[in-house]
Write a protein that binds this ligand. Sequence first.
Ligand SMILES: [Mn+2]
Length: 296
Amino acid sequence: MSYKDLFITPEPLITSTEEGIETVAMIFGVPFDATTTFRPGARFGPNAIRQAYMNIETYSPQLDVDLDRLSIKDLGNLKSTSNVEEMIYSVGKVVDEIVRENVTFGVLGGEHSLTFGSYLSVPKDTALIVFDAHLDLRDEFSGLKMSHATFLRRLTDKIGTNSTVHIGSRAASGEEWRIAEKIGLFLISSQIINTVNNAEKLLTDFLKDFKNVYVSIDLDVLDPAFAPAVSNPEPDGMSTRKLFEFLYSLRGKKIVGFDIVELTPLYDNGTTAVLAAKVMTELIGLSYMAQSDQKF
Ligand SMILES: [Mn+2]
């Protein structure tokens, strides 16, 4: 190792100190927010999450996994474009390549529309778990058929609803709620979470026939008190603790991939980025645990 490698960090990439061990996850950023409808800046999300990640503990006491001892490969950021179709196409191609290598991928957003590209590139038997305050089921928004407010409508148009569960829903138009019911989208809404004792059980029940999962986390699923720096903040959301309880309930599932979207660092005092980084840490930890279970 040279002093260049030793003393210089190629920021903003996440660096992995362990060499010669199997890669547990590949990460890439999507600095894209061209269809944003309210507060811009999600394009700055990926590097903010990386910077936060470099400054939090890598050991998870809940999972007893230390990411510092694993190899995470950060591929960098997707090349800049303001064309949503082009972004989705590129995300899909990159995810497809990583999936072929049988490595877990993590996409750092960027806005939620990227999930359309990434989810369509995972194996067909993979459940989609969407954490989001919004249903994103509009047919169009501000003249766009494909945007961060319509992506789930486009996705369910294409693949139906059998594999999808939506968690934390609390903000949508009357029409979107009706569409959700009509197409049979399984919702663990904010209202349900607030009234049942153990909403995680609803998730594990839904997932009982799925071995593979894809986790999409729109940070606005959290109450703005916990995650203020998002594009469309929505009051009365879940606590950080609740989100982690949902995530820990995925123990044993193969996490094919995940995304963390809608962070707008311009509105952050740093805490939302740290939360996003912690979510990434735990998802990679869970993914590693499922991978090592398979080997031994
Ligand atoms: Mn949202």
